[in-house]
Design a protein around this ligand. Sequence first.
Ligand code: ADP
Ligand code: MG
Length: 323
Amino acid sequence: ATPAATMVGTTIGAQNGVLFKGGDILERVRDVDTVVFDKTGTLTKGEMELTDVVALPATDGGAVEGEAATDGGALAEPEVTEAFVLEVAASAESGSEHPLAEAIVEGARERGIDVADPEDFENVPGQGVKATTSHGRVLVGNRKLLADEGVDVAPAADAMDRLEREGKTAMLVALADGEDADGEYRLLGVVADADTVKESAEAAVTELRERDTDVWMITGDNERTAEAVAERVGIDPDNVMAGVLPEDKADAVEDIQSDGRRAMMVGDGVNDAPALATAFVGCAIGSGTDVAIEAADVTLMRSDPLDVVKAVRVSEGTLSKIK
Ligand code: ADP
Ligand code: MG
C-alpha cells in the first residue's frame, strides 16, 4: 500500500475505534486467515454471577462443623448446608480479585451471608484459590486444584457435569477443619458462576467465517463450559482449546499457527499478553489491561467483537465510512 493509503486506513480505523500500531500492521491484518478469541471478557462479558450452590451429602470421611452442629455440637456427622458451602467459598474467595471470585462473594452477600476475610490466601492462576479461613483451610477451584491436593472429586462429578453442560463455570469447594494443620480436606460441594455471551459475538463469528476466516477459541475454562459457549456463538467444537493454563496460551497459539496459519489473537486480560505477542497479529479488546494493550498490534477501543471484523475491513480498504 502507498503511504497515503496507509494513512487513510489508520485514520478510518481510529474513527471506528480500531487502533493500529503502525502502517505495517494494517498490511499484516489483511493476511490474517485465522482469528483466535479468548473466551472470558472477549466473547463473553466477563461479568460473572453466582447461579448455583450445591451441598454434597455427608460421607464417612469426617465431621464438619456446619450450621447443624452449632446448637448442640453433638452431631457426629452434620449434613453441610448450601449456606455453609457458600460461606466457606466466599470467605476464601474474598482474597481474590478474579471475576469468578467476586461473583461468589457478591452472591453470598446478596443471600445475607457474612463474608469474613481469610487469614491467609494464595491465588493459583488458572486453577483457583487456597485460603485459611475461620472455618479451616479451604480450596475453591477446578478439578486439577483439588486433585493435586489429594481430594477425591468423584462425589461431585454429577453436579459438575450438569452445571458445565449449562455453560456455567463450576468450582469445587473443600475444607480441612480443626486444629490439625495437615488434616485432610473434605469435599463440601460445588458453586457455579455464569457469564453472559456478548450480543454481537455470534454475528462477529458468522461474518468472519463468511470471509473464509477460521475461528478458534482458547480458554482456561473446562471443555464442557467452553463448548457450550462455542456452540452459542457458532464456533466449531474442533476449534476449541479448553483448560489452557495462562502460561500455556502462547503455546496454544503457536500450535494453531504451526501449519503456516496467520492468526489474529483477540484477548483482554493480563493472561493474554504472551499469546497476543506470539500471534501473527495481537489484538487487545475493550477495556483491556495495559499489559494486553502493550503486547498488542491492534487495540479495539470498544468491547465489541464485531470490531474485529471492522479491523479486517479497514485493512482491506472496504470500510470507508464512519459507522
Ligand atoms: P479464563 O481463561 O477463562 O480467563 P482463568 O485462566 O482465569 O480463565 O481460570 C481457569 C479456571 O480456573 C476457571 O475456569 C476456574 O475453574 C479456575 N479458577 C480460576 N480462578 C479461580 C478462582 N478465583 N476461584 C475458583 N476457581 C478459579
Ligand atoms: Mg480472560
